[in-house]
Design a protein around this ligand. Structure first.
Ligand code: SAM
Length: 370
């Protein structure tokens, strides 16, 4: 990956840089944030020698609030239709080569039912910005789910909407909303999106969601084309100021049918560093170990769970649709049956010292509020 993290693959110890990076990480833990130049110093000078210390501190911060728990959420990818033209995304409107699908309300409900029976108590309904997934259509599903399973939480991740739409969906039963800001640099945003998409609107939507009383998630890709250490520092400052309840961070991975098909993918260590820094800067956030991390390297998600992440979102949507939600190349899809996968996953997590938690798993400040 470019030279945003120029020293990340260094294994030879540079004592002077090592000492400064470690002391800045410790200062960050105490103060919660650092001046821009110091955050930039960490990003530009961290090597694998200091990563272990960073991951250790991030993990301690996580354990302070969430102990050794890993929250499990059932991800259901409801539609790959999208009206947006994000240059990085394989399901963007201009990709004419993919087969599009939209789950019916009974397919969504059946996936929820299956997930509930397996023990999941949070369902994440994610999809492209699909105009045919109307507020009424989604609201009806939310009402039905909450009527039958009142002891659950529903997270939506359906893109940019109006304040009225977010309000309606909240009232119908949605609890949380994931909307990554993608980048906190206006210039970088312009490189990633076509002219009819607006940075200001993305940020406005995050404020709408706050206004509608959702638990709000945001985040960014690491290693996306045109990203710089300055834009990454802006991301960290944005996270600090916004204090989201959830933060999704994963590597950019190219998709062969997008304008970014020839760009290289984000790296493992670069992504883990940003996950760990985000944990220290927003200590109580719920942070998933993303599928994208597991897709660039087997075991990537497990490493994130030791670097500050505390959520896993296995795909519980219909098996025959999982491959169609191809936002990037070589996305991992689970071939085991859901039950077998569940047992394997649980055993693996327990073996690595985690506590598997299927409860609703609200943000710590909201526990018991409902
Ligand atoms: N439409 C909704 C939205 O815009 O928030 C949710 C679906 S969108 C596909 C979910 C996330 O996938 C995006 O926020 C983006 O960060 C991530 N994503 C898209 N293309 C990606 C790629 N090529 N590599 C890694 N992550 C990608």
């Amino acid at each position: 990956m470019k030279s945003i993290f120029p020293r990340i693959n260094n294994t030879t110890l540079d004592i002077k840089k090592n000492t400064r990076v470690i002391s800045l990480i410790n200062e960050l833990k105490v103060k919660g944030i650092l001046p821009i130049e110091e955050l930039k110093y960490i990003i530009e000078n961290i090597s694998q020698n200091e990563c272990q210390e960073l991951f250790y501190i991030a993990n301690m911060v996580k354990e302070k609030y969430y102990k050794k728990k890993v929250y499990l959420r059932a991800l259901i990818e409801v539609s790959n239709y999208c009206k947006q033209g994000c240059f990085y995304c394989g399901i963007n409107r201009d990709n004419k080569s993919i087969k599009r699908y939209r789950l019916s309300s009974s397919q969504i409900f059946d996936s929820v039912k299956n997930a509930y029976n397996l023990g999941y108590r949070t369902f994440v309904l994610q999809g492209g910005d699909d105009p045919l997934l109307s507020d009424e259509f989604i609201a009806d599903i939310l009402i039905k789910i909450k009527n039958i399973y009142p002891d659950t939480r529903i997270t939506l991740s359906l893109g940019e909407k109006s304040q009225e739409s977010y309000d309606k969906l909240k009232i119908a039963g949605a609890d949380r909303y994931l909307l990554r800001h993608e980048t906190a640099s206006f210039k970088h945003y312009m490189h990633l999106h076509p002219r009819d998409m607006f940075y200001d609107n993305r940020i406005k939507c995050l404020h709408y969601l706050r206004g509608s009383k959702y638990q709000v998630g945001t985040g960014m890709m690491i290693g996306s084309p045109f990203q710089t250490s300055d834009s990454l520092v802006s991301d960290l400052m944005f996270l600090y100021k916004f204090q989201p309840e959830m933060i999704g961070i994963g590597p950019f991975i190219h998709h062969h049918d997008t304008p970014f098909k020839d760009y290289s993918d984000g790296g493992l260590y670069e992504t883990l560093v940003m996950v760990a820094l985000a944990r220290i800067i927003v200590p109580k956030a719920l942070i998933p170990a993303t599928t994208a991390l597991g897709s660039i390297i087997s075991g990537g998600r497990e490493l994130a769970l030791k670097a500050g992440a505390n959520v896993l979102m296995p795909n519980l949507g219909p098996e025959d649709k999982r491959e169609l939600y191809s936002i990037y190349d070589n996305k991992i899809t689970i071939s085991d049956s859901d039950n077998e996968f569940k047992t394997k996953l649980e055993n693996k997590l327990i073996k690595e010292g985690h506590i598997v938690d299927y409860s609703v798993g609200d943000h710590i400040d909201l526990e018991g509020v409902k």
